[in-house]
Write a protein that binds this ligand. Structure first.
Ligand code: ZN
Length: 148
């Protein structure tokens, strides 16, 4: 377990130092801002979703602690190319892992590196900020569409 933990730690440090998909999408179809006041993490998330509900591109900018940055980086890497149903299922699985002692219900892939966060309840919001922002981005657009 110690080896696995240090491997997980390495991946988190790597994603914190060099976040993947960091930047803005000028032609984004979905966008939302996220803020975690408990820690001060801020995040802007941009998505480009096509007519088949596939996430063609996903990027973020923001400032936050290492957990929030690594989680946003890992989320964008994981969600790129996925359809929205799959993305929502991954969010639920990820959330389950963090609130059930790191138990991985599905194949979360690299997202499992954040399982240790479940031991630090105060940091769970750091790890889920990007995902809540993703959910808000999707909901915003759908709400806007339904009133048209
Ligand atoms: Zn944080």
């Amino acid at each position: 377990m110690a080896d696995l933990r240090s491997l997980y730690q390495e991946v988190i440090v790597d994603h914190t130092k060099s976040p993947r998909n960091f930047g803005v999408i000028d032609t984004a179809t979905h966008h939302a801002e996220g803020y975690n006041p408990l820690c001060g993490d801020k995040l802007s998330l941009f998505l480009k979703i096509n007519a088949e509900h596939i996430i063609e591109d996903i990027r973020f900018i923001g400032e936050g602690c290492s957990i929030s940055t690594a989680s946003a980086s890992l989320m964008t890497e994981t969600l790129k190319g996925k359809d929205l149903d799959h993305a929502t299922a991954l969010f639920h699985a990820f959330h389950h892992m963090l609130t059930h002692d790191g138990d991985c219900p599905n194949d979360l892939g690299k997202l499992a590196v954040l399982s240790g966060v479940s031991e630090f309840p105060a940091r769970i919001k750091c790890a889920t900020l990007a995902w809540h922002t993703f959910e808000a981005a999707i909901a915003n657009k759908l709400a806007a569409v339904s009133t048209e």
